[in-house]
Design a protein around this ligand. Sequence first.
Ligand SMILES: [Zn+2]
Length: 321
Amino acid sequence: MRPVRIPALSPLAAALFLSACANAAPTPVVVTPPAPPAMHARLLDDVRILSAEDMQGRDTGAPGGEMARNYIVGRLEALGVAPPPMGRMQPWEMQGRTRAGAKTWNGVNVIGLIPGARVANRYIVVTAHYDHVGVNAEGQVFNGADDNASGVATMLALAADLKREAPDHSVLIVALDGEERGLLGARHFVEAPPVPLTSIAMNLNFDMTARAETDGKLWVTGTYQNSAFRPILEAIPANGAVALAFGKDTPQDTGEDNWVESSDHAAFHRAQIPFLYLGVNYHPDYHRPSDDFERITPSVFISATELSIASFRALDAALDR
Ligand SMILES: [Zn+2]
């Protein structure tokens, strides 16, 4: 693992320190270096657990997928993220794809609601798919650490941040199932949304946030389609190991370099809901059994998650102004 960046004292820690000083007896102050913030350890734990062998590649409808789902529910409960009125679980049955052809898949989306402090009746829908492709015919497990245990962990870190300081807009935290089988969970979500589609201000989708050895970038896809978002995010500075980059969404971006249809945000886009997708570029372990926890880059993952949270905050502050 690469060393973790040590941030400045948080406002809460600073306030506690100052109040402690006000009452302090005149004893010598022992200065110890601050530990890495809990968020960083939590992030890495979430990816490690979700991409562990016992999750068996988190395939839709498989026991490993259910295990991942139960873990995510437990994390949301621990964070105090309540279910929406329709309930925590959104089960669905959809036609999807396999290498052998069409198949009916049974999946379950997991939903949490964080009420907004300023615009409670408008929603930002944050998504990350927790499913991956399971186990192949040779018995190789596709652990999907970057794709997409990382995005789920980033989303949980955002949820924790939003519980510390409430967002302006209400936020639906949605761990989607069935992405790998044709964006099934996302398609079901927009067909049977827990809130009216007209009340959804945008979708922010995280898919692969934990390594960027090819270009050092966290790509933002969708500003070609939703140009008002670009200046909002361009104001966010690069953060340590990763910088935001804009693209993979124009008519000149073709084939696998066009990501407009590449993940769950596509279902929102087709429903004419503004979207942005944050994710890293392809790497040699993409959709291979070697997409393992040991191959993610912690400094990149932490940096990309901090940029993701900063992006959310900037969008939340700018929307509906
Ligand atoms: Zn993915």
